[in-house]
Unconditional design. Structure first.
Length: 120
């Protein structure tokens, strides 16, 4: 496998991590700005209200989203290897198996949790 492909995959992973962290920081900043405006306007803030405001999305929805993204990433790697048609086809398909299996495992876990009606 060529070094430029490995570097591109590494840079994509770093970019995704950076975007996720930046999104978290922006969400926290907006949350704190909301709290600050509420305090400045004299609204009472109870712990229950703050907890309700700081509610994160359901883990099931996040797992489903991550699972679909990982499966799509794995399929994109397989498609790129097939389109490229180079000698590295086997290596790229082997590399694509990791996100495919992890994404499939997340989606399977959600499916099993939904059929059993239990928390994942």
């Amino acid at each position: 496998m060529a070094v430029d492909i490995i570097v591109a995959i590494g840079l994509a992973a770093v970019a995704l991590f950076f975007i996720a962290q930046l999104s978290r920081v922006m969400r926290n900043r907006a949350f704190h700005a909301t709290l600050r405006k509420s305090i400045e306007s004299g609204q009472p803030l109870t712990p229950e209200l703050v907890e309700k405001l700081d509610r994160t999305p359901e883990p099931r929805a996040a797992d489903q989203r991550i699972g679909f993204v990982l499966v799509a990433l794995g399929l994109a790697l397989v498609a790129a290897a097939a389109i490229n048609g180079s000698d590295d086809l086997r290596d790229l398909v082997a590399l694509a198996m990791f996100p495919l299996f992890v994404g499939a495992a997340l989606l399977l876990r959600l499916r099993l949790a939904n059929t059993r009606q239990v928390e994942p």
